[in-house]
Design a protein around this ligand. Structure first.
Ligand code: SF4
Length: 414
C-alpha cells in the first residue's frame, strides 16, 4: 500500500488573473521526501490542476496507507500560502475515514543529504517555465535543482535561515549535474537553480559550472539563478554562462542608496550596480532586476528613484514587488513594534492576488504603495527604450507578449 505525498494547489488564489504567466515548478523537496517512504507516489495537485474533489477521486482509486503533505514551496512566501491549502487538503482527505494524514510545514530533512532527484516520481511534462524564462526558446519545459541551501548573507527583510533551520551548506556538485542530465534525457531544457543565492564566487559553484560546461549540457540548457551585485565577477559570469546560466536575478531593491544601506544590502553604491549589470550583459546573460517598493523610509520620491534606476538599467525582466513582511525576519519584529497591521492570510501575501495587503511606510499608506508599484509596472514594461531593446534581443513576438501582459488589469478593486 503506498504512501501518497501531496503537493496542494494554491496557484489560482496566489496569481489570480496572471496565473497563465506564472511558472509551474516541480516540487523538488517533495520528490526528495518521497525517498523516505519505500512505497510512495506523488500527487502534484498544482501540476495536475486538481481541486480537493479531484484528489478524493484519485485517492479512492488507490489503496492508500497514509497521506503526507509538504506545506511548503522552495521559498518562505510560498510556504505561507501553501499552509492554508494544506489544511484544506487535510480536511478533504479526512472524509475518506481511516487514512492518516501528516502535514509537514517545514523541511523534515536536510536536502543536501538526500542524493539526486528521481524525476520518474513527477509528471515532468506538466511543468512550465516562467514566461520570461522561456523567451526566445522553443519549449517551456521546466525542471529545478539546487547546489546549496540557506544563504551566506543576512538581510533584514529575509527569513531564509528560519525556513531551512540551517546556515549555508553546499551539495555535492556531481548531484546537481546528475539532476540536470537525467531531466534533459526526459526532454527538459529550462531549469531553475533553486538556491537562495547560487552565483557566489566559491569552490562549490565553480565545480558545478565546470562540470556542466565539460559535459556539454551547458550548451543545451537555460538556467535561471539568483545572484548578488557583490558576489559576481567577470570570470564567474563567464563560467556561469558556459554552464548554461542564461538568466541571473539580482536583488537591487531600491534606487536610493540610503534606503538600500538601511536594509543591510547596501554595501554597494549605484555605480557598482551599473558596472555589474553591464558586466552581466557583456557575458551574454539576461537579467531579472528585483526591486521593492514600500520600505519603511520610502517616500513617493524615493520610489520614483527606484523606478528611474530600473529604467536606466533596462534589464530584460523586472520584478517590481511591494515589500512583504514575513515572520522570522527582523523587519517583522520592527513592524510589529511600530504597531503596523500586517498580512496574515496566505492570499494577503500574494502580490498578484486581488486580496494582497501591502504594508505602509512611515509616510504612505499600503494602498498608496501598491498604486505606485502598479503604475511602476506599467511604466517599466511600456517604456519604448525597453521594448526596442527586447525586440533586438528576442524579436517581435516577445514584444507582443509583453504588450498583452500589460493589458491585464489585475486589480480592478484598487
Ligand atoms: S542575499 Fe537574498 S537570500 Fe540571502 S539573506 Fe539576503 S535576501 Fe535573503
Amino acid at each position: 500500500m503506498p504512501t501518497v505525498l501531496i503537493k496542494p494547489n494554491a496557484k489560482k488564489k496566489q496569481y489570480g488573473k496572471v496565473v497563465h504567466l506564472s511558472a509551474i515548478e516541480p516540487p523538488v523537496w517533495l520528490a526528495l521526501l518521497a525517498k523516505r517512504y519505500p512505497s510512495s507516489r506523488i500527487i502534484d495537485m498544482e501540476a495536475e490542476n486538481m481541486d480537493e474533489g479531484d484528489l478524493i477521486k484519485a485517492l479512492s482509486a488507490i489503496d492508500v496507507e497514509r497521506c503526507v503533505i509538504l506545506a511548503t514551496g522552495s521559498h518562505p512566501s510560498a510556504h505561507i500560502q501553501q499552509t492554508e491549502a494544506a489544511e484544506k487538503v487535510k480536511a478533504a482527505v479526512s472524509s475518506l475515514g481511516n487514512v492518516p494524514v501528516e502535514i509537514f510545514d517545514h523541511l523534515p530533512f536536510n536536502p543536501v543529504e538526500m542524493g539526486a532527484i528521481d524525476w520518474a516520481l513527477l509528471p515532468l511534462e506538466k511543468y512550465r517555465a516562467h514566461n520570461w524564462h522561456a523567451w526566445g526558446r522553443k519549449d517551456k519545459t521546466y525542471g529545478a535543482t539546487f547546489a546549496s541551501i540557506s544563504c551566506p548573507f543576512t538581510c533584514e527583510f529575509c527569513c531564509v535561515k528560519d525556513f531551512y533551520k540551517s546556515s549555508y551548506q553546499q551539495r555535492a556538485p556531481e548531484l546537481v549535474v546528475e539532476d540536470i542530465r537525467s531531466a534533459v534525457r526526459r526532454g527538459v531544457t529550462n531549469f531553475k537553480m533553486m538556491d537562495e543565492l547560487f552565483a557566489v564566487d566559491n569552490k562549490g559553484v565553480h565545480a558545478v559550472c565546470d562540470l556542466l560546461a565539460a559535459s556539454g549540457l551547458g550548451k543545451e540548457i537555460n538556467i535561471w539563478a539568483y545572484a548578488r551585485i557583490d558576489t559576481v565577477n567577470a570570470l564567474l559570469l563567464k563560467k556561469l554562462r558556459a554552464a548554461g546560466v542564461c538568466w541571473l536575478a539580482y536583488g537591487i531593491e531600491s534606487g536610493n542608496e540610503e534606503i538600500r544601506r538601511s536594509i543591510v544590502k547596501g554595501k554597494f553604491d549605484n555605480q557598482k550596480i551599473r558596472d555589474v549589470i553591464q558586466m552581466t550583459k557583456d557575458a551574454d546573460i539576461n537579467i531579472v532586476g528585483n526591486y521593492m517598493f514600500g520600505f519603511w523610509d520610502d517616500t513617493q520620491a524615493t520610489m520614483r528613484e527606484t523606478l528611474d534606476f530600473a529604467k536606466e538599467l533596462n534589464c530584460e525582466y523586472a520584478n517590481l514587488y511591494c515589500v512583504t513582511v514575513y515572520k522570522g525576519s527582523k523587519l517583522y519584529d520592527d513592524m510589529k513594534a511600530r504597531g503596523v497591521d500586517l498580512p496574515e492570510r496566505g492570499d494577503e501575501f500574494a502580490q498578484m492576488s486581488p486580496a494582497f495587503k501591502p504594508v505602509p511606510t512611515k509616510y504612505l499608506s499600503g494602498r498608496d504603495v501598491l498604486r505606485l508599484r502598479d503604475a511602476a509596472f506599467n511604466e517599466y514594461f511600456g517604456n519604448e527604450a525597453y521594448l526596442s531593446m527586447m525586440c533586438a534581443r528576442f524579436g517581435k513576438p516577445v514584444v507582443e507578449e509583453i504588450r498583452s501582459m500589460l493589458s491585464i488589469n489585475i486589480r480592478e478593486k484598487v
